[in-house]
Design a protein. Structure first.
Ligand code: BES
Ligand code: MN
Ligand code: ZN
Length: 480
């Protein structure tokens, strides 16, 4: 069920392939690249206008990539990823299967970033294309030439790529092939592959746990809900209390009886489980790279549809926490299933909980596809760490406030709260709703903007982007 296209990464003193990449940090001087005088003149001329120059020697394809070290560190690395992606496009067109990256003596990390962009940009979702329509990328081998990158950095990169590809595959998988049960089975398969444990709660257990939010959203579905618990608890864990990751696993969101009202707004709602894909892929990374942290992953999952027994506006439901919610819009389903998971997370007495969810159109409206909206009650240091990771991997986080006043709009006349608030600041009232179910340090990440894109944004390929995977991996590595 979980397939993976793996790259063969290697480190060698000699180049291995027809295609060779050099990184330069000064567009006016080419040191250390064995060019003829004519070639050097050509490249320097090209660099006046371009950041990537190609010299085709017929027995060798040389690609020279420029990145500007005077930029902020995060931007500098991102430029390298973008160059990598451009190179990936060229290699694909030329049907080239291997590439050498010459590790520069200064800024050797740029070669890792370039390889990352190269690999991530070559992602494709071709599962449902028959042989005739399939256009396959041929790139298989990425070789670092030089001694300045370590085996460990290379191996880590390889797993980051795997984790991102798995998350993208899951998001791109249509709901016709991925209901809540299948999603949970995918997580089990990932657990087996990477070495984390999984337990899937089925409907009877979910009922016994009184997860009323998840059960209410599931009422309109002909498929049962699932609740997956993933755990990675190595002997050398640095944290005594676990870090819990919670992911929204709505495999398809029609809006339910409050059917999605606007044109096209339902078209890509297979992406509404992106948060859960992020969580499972981060668990996959942690286990595969033996990260010394105790981590728990929680995923409530169902589809959200109208049907004879579907939950309806005006309904009052009992949540796992015992609180009551007046449902005034069945399209605000994500917060209902997340609330049950956040409340379940209390049992772990966690050090920190981070939830990841395609939660509101409002977050996407506010900042678009280039950032993640974050909010929560975690301390400044934790938030700053996460924001720094965002800059490092270029999955940037913008913090929204959870001011008390925003809580006004989710007050209900007949229950403890209602599931929608004011139209203005909708991402925040969703956050205020979730805040009612936590009693521990917590960060909520709304990835509705970047999770799924309709045109490629450099190495963030069209469709599921896996946004949040690299962010959380970088953040957790920082803690470990
Ligand atoms: N899954 C959607 C949010 C979403 C929108 C994700 C666009 C990805 C792209 C969520 O369940 C939803 O429908 N939210 C509503 C909430 C509203 C009814 C309070 C929204 O944002 O419109
Ligand atoms: Mn919805
Ligand atoms: Zn949704």
């Amino acid at each position: 069920m979980i397939e993976n296209r793996k790259f063969q990464f290697s480190i060698n003193e000699q180049a291995q392939s027809f295609a060779k990449v050099y990184l330069v940090f000064d567009r006016t001087a080419l040191t250390g690249i064995p060019f003829t005088e004519n070639e050097a003149a050509y490249v320097l001329k090209q660099f006046e206008e371009n950041e990537l120059v190609v010299v085709n020697r017929y027995d060798e394809l040389i690609l020279i990539a420029f990145a500007d070290p005077l930029k902020e560190q995060g931007v500098f690395q991102e430029q390298c990823r973008k160059r990598g992606n451009e190179i990936s496009g060229i290699l694909c067109k030329e049907k080239i299967s291997g590439v050498d990256i010459f590790v520069p003596a200064v800024h050797p990390q740029t070669s890792i970033a370039l390889a990352e962009g190269l690999a991530l940009g070559s992602y494709q979702f071709v599962k449902y294309q028959s042989a005739t329509t399939k256009k396959r990328w041929n790139l298989e081998k990425i070789n670092f030439v030089g001694t300045e990158v370590s085996e460990n950095e290379m191996d880590t990169l390889a797993v980051v790529i795997e984790a991102v590809f798995i998350a993208r595959d899951l998001v791109n998988e249509p709901a016709s092939h991925l209901n809540a049960v299948k999603l949970a089975e995918s997580f089990e398969a990932m657990g087996k592959m990477a070495g984390f444990s999984t337990e899937v709660f089925h409907k009877d257990k979910i009922e016994a746990l009184k997860m009323g939010g998840l059960l209410a959203v599931n009422l309109g579905s002909i498929d049962p809900p699932t609740f997956t618990v993933m755990e990675w608890n190595p002997a050398d864990a640095k944290n005594s209390k676990p870090i819990v990751l919670v992911g929204k696993g709505v495999v398809f969101d029609t809006g339910g009886l409050s059917l999605k009202p606007t044109k096209d707004s339902m078209d890509y709602m297979k992406c509404d489980m992106a948060g859960s894909a992020v969580v499972a892929s981060v668990m996959y990374f942690a286990a595969k790279c033996k990260l010394p942290l105790h981590l728990i992953g929680l995923v409530p999952s169902t589809d959200n549809r109208p049907d004879g027994n579907a939950y309806a506006p005006g309904d009052v439901i009992y949540m796992h926490s015992g609180q009551t919610v007046e449902v005034l819009n069945t399209d605000a389903e994500g917060r209902l299933i997340l609330a049950d998971a956040l409340s379940y997370a209390k049992d772990y007495q966690p050090q920190l909980v981070i939830d990841v969810a395609t939660l509101t159109g409002s977050a996407a409206m506010a900042i678009g596809q280039y950032g993640i909206v974050g909010m929560g009650n975690a301390d400044v240091q934790t938030f700053n760490g996460l924001k720094q990771s965002g800059e490092n991997v270029y999955e940037r986080v913008v913090e929204f406030p959870l001011w008390e006043e925003y809580g006004e709009s989710i007050k209900s006349d007949i229950a403890d709260m209602k599931n929608i608030g004011a139209r203005e600041g909708g991402a925040i009232s969703a956050g205020m709703f979730l805040a009612k179910f936590v009693d521990y340090p917590w960060i909520h990440l709304d990835i509705a903007g970047p999770a799924f894109i309709n045109a490629a944004d450099h190495y963030r390929t069209k469709g599921g982007t896996a946004s949040g995977v690299r962010l959380l991996i970088d953040f957790l590595r920082g803690l470990a």
